[in-house]
Design a protein around this ligand. Structure first.
Ligand code: HEM
Ligand SMILES: *[C@@H]1O[C@H](CO)[C@@H](O)[C@H](O)[C@H]1NC(C)=O
Ligand SMILES: *[C@@H]1O[C@H](CO)[C@@H](O)[C@H](O)[C@H]1NC(C)=O
Length: 374
């Protein structure tokens, strides 16, 4: 419902702050010189050069660590806060990609559905205070900048022109890992391919709150790299839990063994279900060992998510030129973790061949990568 809501919400001008209309430059290819000397396609892009450099140095600090992970998660928790269903009933339905997580830092960050976003929110607030940009643009831009520290990341697009949030969204719009596939897809306007593409984000992710006893438990064996291992590993048979069993939203993992400092891999019930559901299984499988397909699908899905709830998405100004180049490419093919092979795959898509992959050497379970930078 959220995606389809764009057009309907567009007619509701009175509920939103008008997007400042920057004067178009003489031609679409024209460029201007910013006061700081940077060349931009439009003057509206100028503040983002200094913001980019400030965040690279003082927030992300050269690693694909907690702050980069959090920034990528925050675009989801901000943007998904919009409901077409509620809007149709005349109930305030949230502003979508409106920066409400930063404008009202004590509201959404304290809701159980957003458990874990407060560090990301607190980390970004000083940049909002020091740079002349809206909260909504800052949330989106931070993800585009932060993810470039993760080897294998694509270069996301970035558009400016989102107004500041006027109110926090109602509670209950953020999908939960215990939700059904049907419920999750509905929150994304039943766009299964795009939901799967967005979950490439879980290749640079870990959980602090799913199992309350263990922290920074990753979803794949390479949490510091934006690669396709997530899509492979979520299809492996689960054999145990990195911590306690019976946590809501968690199912058994193929790599449960870890150390105190670095617990094994954790599997979300939602990732498990989306990998095996007939509506999503073939898109899921298609990303395994296809870095470029995954990257491109992620770029487009993030761009779409970044427009949820906007009154005039067509008026956004393309400032993608400000987004840095990713630090490194991933050239290593996807591999089965040591001791695993095709026999451990719970295949759910039969319309395409399953990719042929090597197994990492070793007679014992692979230990998952720890989080860098902390
Ligand atoms: C489809 C529904 C989704 C569900 C149910 C879900 C659920 C979760 C959960 C439970 C966590 C762990 C939080 C914690 O315990 O600390 C998490 C982490 C994360 N999620 Fe999702 N997620 C979904 C979609 C997304 C999307 C669309 C994105 C971004 C495009 C995203 C990006 C992330 C990232 C980057 C993390 C790691 C944060 C960190 O390491 O600090 N997720 N997700
Ligand atoms: C948006 O909100 C932030 C935080 O309240 C504020 O610092 C900023 O000046 C606002 N920007 C605009 C354009 O209203
Ligand atoms: C976990 O859940 C299962 C099934 O609901 C139950 O049989 C078991 O006793 C639970 N274990 C713990 C430790 O709560």
């Amino acid at each position: 419902m959220a995606f389809k809501a764009l057009a309907i919400f567009a007619s509701l001008v009175s509920l939103v702050v008008a997007v400042p209309q920057a004067t178009p430059d003489s031609a679409t290819t024209a460029s201007i010189k910013c006061p700081d000397g940077n060349i931009a396609p439009h003057s509206a892009c100028c503040p983002f050069f200094a913001l980019r450099d400030d965040m690279l140095e003082h927030l992300f600090q050269g690693v694909c660590g907690e702050d980069a992970h959090q920034a990528v998660r925050l675009i989801f928790h901000d943007s998904i806060g919009f409901s077409q269903e509620m809007h149709a009933k005349g109930i305030f339905s949230g502003g979508g990609a409106d920066g409400s997580v930063l404008v009202f830092p004590d509201v959404e960050a304290n809701r159980a559905e957003n458990a874990g976003i407060s560090d990301g929110v607190q980390g970004q607030l000083p940049f909002l205070a020091n740079h002349p940009v809206t909260a909504a643009d800052l949330v989106q831009f931070a993800a585009a900048v932060g993810i470039t520290n993760c080897p294998g990341s694509p270069r996301l697009k970035f558009f400016t022109g989102r107004p500041n949030a006027t109110a926090p969204p109602p509670e209950g719009l953020v999908p939960n890992p215990a939700d059904s596939v049907t419920k999750i897809l509905a929150r994304f306007d039943d766009a299964p391919a795009e939901v799967v593409a967005l979950l490439a984000s879980h290749s640079i992710a870990n959980a602090d709150h799913v199992d309350p006893d263990i922290q920074a438990v990753p979803f794949d064996s390479t949490q510091n790299t934006f690669d396709t291992q997530l899509f492979l590993e979520v299809l492996l048979k689960g054999i145990g839990f990195p911590g306690s069993a019976n946590n809501s939203g968690e199912v058994s993992s193929p790599l449960p063994i870890g150390t105190t400092a670095q617990p094994g891999e954790l599997r979300l019930q939602s990732d498990f279900a989306l990998a095996r559901d007939p509506r999503t299984a073939c898109v899921w499988q298609s990303f395994i060992n296809n870095q470029e397909l995954m990257q491109n699908a992620f770029v487009e899905a993030v761009d779409k998510m970044s427009r949820i709830g906007l009154a005039h998405p067509e008026n956004l100004i393309d400032c993608s030129v400000v987004v840095p180049q990713p630090v490194a490419k991933v050239t290593k093919p996807a591999t089965y973790p040591a001791t695993k092979s095709f026999k451990d795959i719970q295949r759910a898509c039969f319309a395409a061949p399953f990719p042929s992959l090597a197994s990492d050497p070793g007679a014992t379970e692979t230990l998952v990568a720890g989080q860098v930078g902390t």
